[in-house]
Design a protein around this ligand. Structure first.
Ligand SMILES: Cc1cc2nc3c(=O)[nH]c(=O)nc-3n(C[C@H](O)[C@H](O)[C@H](O)COP(=O)(O)OP(=O)(O)OC[C@H]3O[C@@H](n4cnc5c(N)ncnc54)[C@H](O)[C@@H]3O)c2cc1C
Length: 311
C-alpha cells in the first residue's frame, strides 16, 4: 500500500514544486542524490573512487517533452563525459532515452544519443541506457539493437528487469548478440499480465538470468542490494571458475554503503549509480517505494543532527 502511494506521488509535479522549496525534504534527498550540479556529482564520484568504487552518473530527468530540452540534456551529457575525462575519474554515464527525446521522435532521440555515444567513444568510455517503465521496453530494445549497438558495440549497453516475464528471452537475445547488460529487479509499477507480482518469482528470475549472463554474457552488471542474491553470485562464480574481472556488482548511491565497501575489500568490482540534478523527486520516491523504512531512517538521522546542533 505504502509502495503504491510513493509510486503514485512520484508523478505529482505539483507536490515536487512544494517539496523542492522545503529544506528538510532537500536534506532527505541528499542521502540518495549527489546534489543538483555536475560539480557536486563529481565530488561524490571522487569520494567513491578513493574507496576503489567506480561510478555511473545519471542526470536526473525523464519524459522530456520538448526538442530543445532533449538537445540540452544530450549537450549536458557530452560536457559531463568531458569533465569525467579531464578530471581522470573512473566513471561512465547512464542515460534514459526519454530524456533524449524518445517521446518526441525516434529520429531526435537517435540523433541526441548518437552525439553522446560519439563522445563516449572519443574518451573510451561507456553509456548505459537505463530501462524505464514497460511502455518503453520494446521500443528501447529495438532502438538499441537496430540503431545503436551495430554502430557502437563497445560503448553502449542495456538494462533488463527481472520482474518482467519477457526478460529471460531478452537475456537469451543479449547473449546471442553479445551486448552488455545491467540486470536489475525493476523499479516501476507494472501489471501482473506482464510482470511477476510475487517477489519470490522476481528473485528466482533474477538468479536464473544472472547465472546465464555470468556464464555466457559480456561483462554483466549485477545491480542489486539483495545480500542473498549477491551470495549466490559469488558462489556461482567460484563453482564455475568465473574470475572477478568478468562481471561487476552495482548499487545505488546511498544504499548499503557497508556492503559496497565490504565487496570491494573482498576483491569484487563495485560500481555505484550516482544520480544528480534538479529533477530528483521521482527518483527519490521510487527509492522510498522500495523501502518505506527509509523514510523513518532519514527522519531519525535528520532529527539526530538537528538535536546535536542545538546542544
Ligand atoms: C546500479 C543500479 C541501477 C538500476 N537501474 C535501474 C533501471 O535502469 N531500471 C529500473 O527499473 N530499475 C533500476 N534499478 C533499481 C532496481 O530495479 C531495484 O528497484 C532496486 O535496486 C531494489 O532492488 P534490489 O535488487 O536491491 O532488491 P530488493 O529485494 O528490493 O531489496 C533487497 C534489499 O536491499 C536493500 N534495499 C533495496 N532498495 C533499497 C533502498 N532504496 N534503500 C535502502 N535499502 C534498500 C534492503 O536491505 C532490501 O531488503 C537499478 C538499481 C541499481 C542498483
Amino acid at each position: 500500500m505504502l509502495r503504491q502511494t510513493f509510486l503514485w506521488l512520484s508523478h505529482r509535479q505539483g507536490i515536487f514544486r512544494f517539496v523542492r522549496n522545503n529544506r528538510l525534504a532537500r536534506r532527505f534527498a541528499n542521502r540518495f542524490v549527489a546534489g543538483e550540479t555536475i560539480d557536486s556529482a563529481l565530488v561524490a564520484v571522487r569520494a567513491l573512487n578513493a574507496k576503489r568504487i567506480t561510478a555511473t552518473l545519471d542526470l536526473l530527468g525523464e519524459s522530456v517533452s520538448r526538442a530543445d530540452e532533449a538537445r540540452a540534456t544530450a549537450a549536458h551529457y557530452v560536457e559531463l563525459l568531458d569533465r569525467i575525462a579531464a578530471e581522470g575519474l573512473d566513471a561512465n554515464v547512464s542515460v534514459k532515452l526519454t530524456a533524449m527525446g524518445q517521446d518526441i521522435s525516434d529520429t531526435l532521440c537517435i540523433e541526441n544519443i548518437t552525439q553522446v555515444l560519439e563522445r563516449a567513444r572519443q574518451h573510451r568510455t561507456f553509456v548505459r541506457l537505463d530501462m524505464e517503465g514497460s511502455a518503453y521496453t520494446e521500443r528501447t530494445l529495438q532502438l538499441f539493437e537496430e540503431h545503436l549497438f551495430a554502430r557502437f558495440p563497445e560503448e553502449v549497453g542495456i538494462v533488463l528487469q527481472s520482474y518482467l516475464r519477457r526478460t529471460p528471452a531478452d537475456v537469451a537475445n543479449a547473449i546471442d548478440i553479445q551486448c552488455r547488460v545491467r540486470l536489475c529487479k525493476g523499479a516501476y509499477k507494472e501489471p501482473a499480465t506482464i510482470a511477476f507480482p510475487e517477489k519470490r518469482d522476481v528473485d528466482a528470475t533474477y538468479v536464473a538470468c544472472m547465472h546465464r549472463l555470468m556464464s555466457e554474457g559480456k561483462y554483466p552488471g549485477l545491480a542489486t542490494h539483495d545480500e542473498a542474491i549477491i551470495e549466490q553470485a559469488k558462489q556461482y562464480a567460484r563453482e564455475q571458475g568465473i574470475s572477478q574481472d568478468r562481471y561487476e556488482f552495482q548499487m545505488l548511491y546511498g544504499v548499503r554503503r557497508d556492503l559496497q565497501e565490504l565487496l570491494v575489500r573482498e576483491g569484487y568490482r563495485m560500481r555505484v549509480y550516482v544520480p544528480y540534478g534538479t529533477q530528483w523527486y521521482p527518483y527519490l520516491l521510487r527509492r522510498l517505494a522500495e523501502r518505506p523504512a527509509n523514510l523513518a531512517f532519514m527522519t531519525a538521522s535528520i532529527m539526530k543532527e538537528q538535536f546535536a546542533k542545538r546542544r
